[in-house]
Design a binder for this molecule. Sequence first.
Ligand code: ZN
Ligand code: ZN
Length: 159
Amino acid sequence: MGKCASCGQTIFGGVKDGERRFCNARCRNNGRIVAVAAVVPDDVVEALGTQMHSGPCPKCKGPGPVDVHFSYRVWSAFIVTRRISSSQISCRRCGLKTQTGNLIFSTLFGWWGLPWGLVFTPVQVCRNIAAMVSPPDPAAPSAELMRRARIELAARVQQ
Ligand SMILES: [Zn+2]
Ligand SMILES: [Zn+2]
């Protein structure tokens, strides 16, 4: 028994990679990417981050700035309530489109579970609205976008 070096979950068996253990091959690959990501030089990360930020939106191909936009959703069915947090790399318009969709979805489908639907629907709706009204600074790539650029670079090396 041990802990997965990638996702931190307790595992029985799993796969080994040298000294480290992982749940499965997917976690092992993620672990390798994280290890490579740590040694990617900062200036290379910054170059890609800046390029992603000023490039066209990967979703609509429209003009940037492109950054990471978070959105939050909830749905319920009787005693089950599920909260979903997601993020996308896109322009602000595409970000808002997803956030608006999630807002409508949550206000329609979030409530119908007791008790958690009543508790988490306002929470997710508020988090989603907060993300809508405080987008990433358009002037410069966010720390989160830089982090994604770093992982992207590491994943390229890994393939
Ligand atoms: Zn794992
Ligand atoms: Zn877009």
